[in-house]
Design a protein around this ligand. Sequence first.
Ligand code: 7MF
Ligand code: ZN
Length: 876
Amino acid sequence: MQDAQPKTIYLKDYQVPDYLVDSTDLHFELEPKATLVKSQLKIRRNPKAGQGLPPLLLDGVDLELLSIAIDGSILPEVSYQETLQGLSILVDKPEFILEIHNRINPEDNTSLEGLYLSNGMYCTQCEAEGFRKITFYPDRPDVMSKFTTTIVAPKDHPVLLSNGNQIDFGDCEDGRHFATWEDPFAKPSYLFALVAGNLENVEDTFATSSGREVKLQIFTEAKNIGKCEHAMRSLKKAMSWDEEVYGREYDLDIFMIVAVDHFNMGAMENKGLNIFNSACVLASPETATDSAFQRIESIVGHEYFHNWSGNRVTCRDWFQLSLKEGFTVFRDAEFSADMNSRAVKRIEDVSLLRTNQFAEDAGPMSHPIRPDSYIEISNFYTLTVYEKGAEVVRMLHTLLGKEKFRKGSDLYFERHDGSAATCEDFILSMEDANQVNLTQFRHWYSQAGTPILEVTDSFDQATGRYSLKVSQSCPTRANQDQSLPLHIPIKIGLLDVDGNDSILNNGGDIEEVLEVTQPEQLFEFSGFRKKPLPSLLRDFSAPVKVRYPYTGKQLIFLMRNDSDTFNRWDASQRLAFMALTQLQQDYRSGEALQLQPELIEAYRDVLIDSTLDPALVAEILRLPSEQSVAEMNDLIDAEAIVVARDFALKTLATALAPELLQRYTALDHQKPYSPNAKDIAERSLKNTCLSYLAATEKDDALNIVQKQFETAGNMTDSAAALSALINYGSAPKVDSAIQEFYQRWKDDTQVVELWLGLQSSSARNGILANIKNLIKHPSFEIKNPNKVRAVLGGFANRNFKQFHKEDGSGFFFIAEQVVMLDKINPQIAARLVVPITRWQKYSDDLSGKMREALQGILDSGGLSKDVFEVVSKSIN
Ligand code: 7MF
Ligand code: ZN
């Protein structure tokens, strides 16, 4: 819990560690309430840290210290001191062996950081600062050490795992057993892992490009052993992909994945022993949706790719988090794009970025991808560090091109292998490998906020010259006085009147990457007979907002003709935003609502176009979420957004009903389920049609939904039907569907999570009462983050309409839950509070209610650093 006044940590205060740890020998005797940890550290004064022998400072949290010895002699009490942060030990020699014994309590550890129990299985989560909850240690990523780990446990925990290779195992005299693991690669403490439990595993092998055979294992409870196949296949694909695209081979003889039900995040890249949230690894055709299959593929890839971008080359300090996370997200996104539809993957990622990262970057916790200060580092595992960080790496890829980017990454891995690096090191490698200057590009690392590009154009009929004027600006934050112009790659095409790409230059290219570096810049193109229509920021080549005065007609033209698939979708988004903005205005001024017939026809054209990828059709048809509309508005009028979107949705559904039904029926072939890209695309469109049809609330449409619910042969179709029923069905039918679904799936944890989430995101009035019942349902566990995310996160993040009720009931409910959760799991509590922190953008009534809810949290006192940081930074 919170100290008197939580301390802010600054990047500018970074100092190299005073002492290094050459080797770390750990010995665990596992007991639920009293696990004994013995640690033997070979410690040496860091030659780079100056003169003298300062005290050795070790981090430690919630540890019971039993003894300390140096070179075999027990330390007298005068030689050390327990502090708020851990332990301070007086040192009188430059090299020594430190042996510490301490006790911890995994059973009562509900924070899910450090060593804890999940359904009787011991497991660890050490990133970022969880290792200090296991033993006293210099718990910082620039202290890298070779770990050896011995685990002693009762035999009802037959599987004992840690990082690296197993070098010993056997029985103890007292009936317990043990295993010893050795990791040959030096690593920081945050990559340490331990697992002990009654687990089964599936096994496979992978032959690396140099011909070594690697054993692959996925461990899970016996009941889930049939759900590992997809993750195993994904792992092998990821291993091949990293060899082909980055020339990176796996480096140990064994790679293990463990599925855990209680987990704060998606997964963790511990060396040789990745630990996964069950929801991000387990899938079977009957129980998992298409999006679960795709999520698993990308997360298995993400964690695997960390073996190089994160583990072999790690981070010097936590301000450099984006060094490993931005790069690895870029790698996993490219992996997914290569395995599935590239355009659809890009659309999904950009939607997430625009809806949630842009909002974060405009909110009270806005920070650069390399933050310059923090109170609690867990709060900085953000969409900015991850997703915007990945966009920054992608821009380097765009600016340099594939080959040069690869040369840069090769140099980066070669230079920094086995060490802890910085974002600066990454850019330097890109520069040095290619003789380029990225001085201005570096501002992306230090500047927060989403840049805005204003684009205007002009055409000179006499000379045939077309020019684009681009001006850039960036909103400034409280503690950042000026914003510097950024180096921004803008990929463009120019469409002629027939909708074809024009040739842009002497090289004959139809696409060009404009490099914007000035506050205002002019780009000229010649040889045009008529004014072309610009297709700007193709493939979303930079994380910026582009403003260009497109007319509705021009957007419809781009939707039909742009050769850049991403921009076809983007044109549809702009069009929808225009319509929704108009509807909001009309609603506020009391005018009758109506949708432009041209817009409806544009949607109809897309819907019936059988030459388009069905997944793309689904993405275009799907109206922007309320959340993304809110992000685009300077002042959020939640009610107007809801009314406008509901109206647009119902109007489109009614107008397009015949075509929706036709496409639905054509796609409703009862093929055996397979999560391949083509089938996923078809189900995506089919279920988008279904949800539109349901929105008509006509009996025949709801009968189709009911029939799909009753006959669905896979979870994607079944969940889509249940969702449509929950949102639009008649009350008795909804209740019986919810009950029926639960009875069928109550023993499957992943399906129950889905079931909880669908209910809490129901737009139906009065849902808050249902949610208050749901948290008393036997399937709900406040100590399980997945359940909390499903019910409370589903309500606060995915139920715009009901969460933003004008009486503030949604905010006060979430605030109350945050205060309660903070005592159990501060990280999860701090994430749940975010939706009520952006009060400054809301119109008065809601704004005041949000502030009141935040103040209530602050006044409750005794907050964790996690919740304190988020709430205090947003209320000032
Ligand atoms: C894909 O980054 C993208 C992001 C930290 C925990 C996983 O590997 C990770 C861990 C958080 C938030 C998102 C992700 C992760 C974490 C994640 C996972 C898969 N190092 Br917190
Ligand atoms: Zn990661």
